[in-house]
Ligand binder design. Sequence first.
Ligand code: NAG
Ligand code: NAG
Ligand code: NAG
Ligand code: NAG
Length: 374
Amino acid sequence: MVRRPLWLLAALPWLAASDLPVFDVGGDWGRLGDLAGGRMREYHTTSPTTARLRSMLRNENVSAALDGLLAWHSAAFPRFAQELQAMAQGAGLGYRDLAAYSFKNELLAVFAEQAPDSEREACSDVLVHDQQSHVHGHNEDGEEQLANFSYIVRTDDFEAMVYPGALAGGAFGFNRHGLVVTMNALSPRSAIIKAGCAGKYWLGRAVLEAESIQQAIGILERFCHAYGMSLNVGSVVTKEQVNIEVAPGGGVSVWNVSGGSYFHANAYLHMNVTEDPHLSPSSAHREARARQLLPAVGRDGVLRVLGDTQDKHWPIYRTLGNGDYSVTLATALFDYDRLRVDIWAGSNPRLAQPLLTRWLLEPPPMEGLGALVV
Ligand SMILES: *[C@@H]1O[C@H](CO)[C@@H](O)[C@H](O)[C@H]1NC(C)=O
Ligand SMILES: *[C@@H]1O[C@H](CO)[C@@H](O)[C@H](O)[C@H]1NC(C)=O
Ligand SMILES: *[C@@H]1O[C@H](CO)[C@@H](O)[C@H](O)[C@H]1NC(C)=O
Ligand SMILES: *[C@@H]1O[C@H](CO)[C@@H](O)[C@H](O)[C@H]1NC(C)=O
């Protein structure tokens, strides 16, 4: 019997309103270039961020820094470099352009006068670990231009929301070992561009392959970090959830979430790291509002926080129009007990039905997913 779950039928009306397709690539990243090439090309020719990177790269020093980053990362992470190469080729884009995008945080931090806030004040997470439930929700925030160009990549090893032309692991995802990984941007004052220090998105891609929380921590401890970030990592197998803060250089701090709920936005919470001044108060406002709403209980509690719009200018669920410069592109609600993740894109998760649902541990047979898998 072909499995055709009810949630799929329920999700269909939402497909027209928003857009976050699932591209199945197996292990073939050239195929992603074919499938998502239009999105990659359109994004990379219209986004202010990629325009900024291109213009920065006209400076010989920036260009030399990118060459150095690429040389070291291609040797340290040859498979990920090949993924980028295959994607670029399939999409008809320059490898160097996609590579520059994969180092955008480091390049902007070192060479731009002020990194755009949409690159730095992005994403909120709510983790709940208590007697009743193990739930983890994530708002993926970013540049408005990313809205209709991002996608979910399904490989043999993992599924992840990916920005056009980017490495997987920089947004949210889960792998076949039952590991859930979501990322929040942080903006440490220092960034280290030199051989031996791994870029944020390359580390995120590596962590997406970890088989356990301990392995994820091990990967972060093994490398010098070019920049900083916050990773929320959970295991649907052991139900553990941690927040990991990463600082430039060697710093890694692990916060074990157990017996309650936890909120993380875009400021360091358990590590003493000097940050660049926040240009906008978005992260601070989201944290303040979350403090009022916590503790969160269960799935509904998480959605109540992630869908909150009480703060008119700097809400947790973000839309343009009242001063904010980023939008909530998607929301993922990982339910470690029911082994599924509900995903919304272009709609408030407190008010709308999810756009799609994926199984966290055992992928159902492909035919059961019908038209959702391209
Ligand atoms: C490159 O860096 C050198 C050394 O810091 C500096 O003298 C030079 O002006 C820079 N070149 C450009 C184009 O910025
Ligand atoms: C994305 O596409 C939808 C449907 O075509 C459209 O309504 C929406 O305005 C687009 N969003 C952006 C940010 O362009
Ligand atoms: C988190 O804390 C729980 C309860 O104390 C413990 O059993 C678990 O091993 C810890 N996990 C990590 C990754 O530190
Ligand atoms: C954080 O680091 C700064 C600079 O190293 C130091 O002055 C300050 O006391 C530290 N704060 C905490 C809470 O450890």
